[in-house]
Design a binder for this molecule. Structure first.
Ligand SMILES: Nc1ncnc2c1ncn2[C@@H]1O[C@H](COP(=O)(O)OP(=O)(O)OP(=O)(O)O)[C@@H](O)[C@H]1O
Length: 322
């Protein structure tokens, strides 16, 4: 499958099938990043696990490496150690040894392919025959057909940077500073593929655009309006819409409330409540008062690029902010 078309944000357009509508479990395992020329590593042995459709929070002092971590997760920077996995369905089950989910996944795959076979064995490897397709489990695991025709769950070690760029969306801090389109239509479609071979992709995107605009509450703004004529909150919602149209499995938000007034912050937080239904979300933020009620799991980054889990919900939110 060809790699997607590159966008102005550095994110290639996803050629992933439109079945990627739900969040996935995210595993960050032993991620380290030590760029050449830097005396010390910027990230060290980062471990995180985000359940599907959860919202994770990363906090920490300035310079502790939060943005660097997001860049690695989004595939803009390649880590020097560790790996990142996006697990769906059978992949998550195989990884955790959950044979019940595996059995359901294989039953669904067999029904879809019109084939029948035995149940998965207790080690999670199915003796059943499948079509050999991925069965919708993009990355992390897939069903494959062996030489004897038997299907097995193959858990892949980690995502390449290209795969991350396709499956992870990143909304930068102050995303409105990166707007390039002369109107909303241009801004929303700027990253869409233009070559004839991607016509099907464009059609799928057009079909999703209206839904996404409604989800972020911008459906009543005419598409000929200039992006800079929008309010601060509307601009942030536009930046979210641009990423949501791509249907990322993981959405990364870097200080999404920074620089917004009270009203705009409320607008954006309201959208975050709904975001979790569509994808798994990881937010870097200092604005704990607004974000805290939405958070399912949290980590604190320390100077030197280490990361530790924070018990959630916290006993004392004010103390956490210090
Ligand atoms: N490619 C690089 N090479 C060397 N140092 C880098 C590189 N990229 C970032 N840094 C340094 O890594 C450190 C972490 O930066 P990062 O922006 O990730 O921190 P942060 O926690 O997001 O900070 P803030 O909250 O201020 O945004 C900083 O000291 C930064 O100067």
């Amino acid at each position: 499958m060809p790699l997607g078309v590159w966008t102005y944000t550095g994110l290639p357009f996803s050629n992933a099938p439109s079945t990627l509508q739900q969040g996935a479990e995210i595993r960050v395992e032993g991620i380290g990043f030590h760029p050449p020329g830097s005396e010390k590593p910027l990230l060290q042995d980062i471990n995180m696990s985000l359940p599907a459709n959860s919202l994770g929070l990363v906090m920490g002092r300035s310079g502790s490496g939060k943005t660097t971590l997001l860049q690695v997760l989004a595939g803009l920077t390649e880590q020097t150690s560790g790996h990142i996995r996006i697990l769906r369905g059978a992949a998550a089950a195989a990884d955790s040894g959950d044979t019940a989910i595996l059995q359901q996944s294989f039953a669904a795959a067999q029904t879809a392919s019109g084939q029948h076979g035995g149940a998965p064995s207790s080690n999670g490897v199915s003796p059943a025959v499948s079509s050999g397709s991925s069965g919708g489990h993009a990355n992390g695991a897939e069903t494959s057909t062996g030489a004897n025709g038997a299907a097995a769950v193959v858990v892949r070690p980690g995502l390449t940077v290209e795969e991350r760029m396709q499956q992870v969306g990143l909304v930068f801090q102050f995303p409105e500073r990166h707007f390039l389109g002369e109107d909303l239509m241009q801004e929303l479609t700027f990253t869409w593929p233009r070559l004839t071979q991607y016509w099907g992709e464009r059609q799928a995107l057009s079909a999703r655009m209206q839904q996404v605009l409604e989800a972020v509450g911008l459906q009543d703004i005419p598409l000929h309006v200039q992006p800079w004529a929008l309010s601060g909150g509307q601009q942030r919602r536009l930046a979210l819409a641009i990423q949501l149209v791509r249907q990322p499995a993981l959405l990364l938000l870097d200080e999404p409330l920074a620089g917004l007034d009270w009203e705009a912050r409320q607008e954006v937080v309201t959208i975050f409540r709904k975001l979790k239904e569509q994808c798994t979300v990881l937010v870097v933020s200092h604005d704990l008062a607004e974000i805290a009620p939405l958070v399912d799991c949290a980590w604190r980054m320390r100077t030197g690029g280490t990361c530790e889990p924070v018990s959630w919900p916290p006993m004392d939110l004010a103390g956490l902010e210090q």
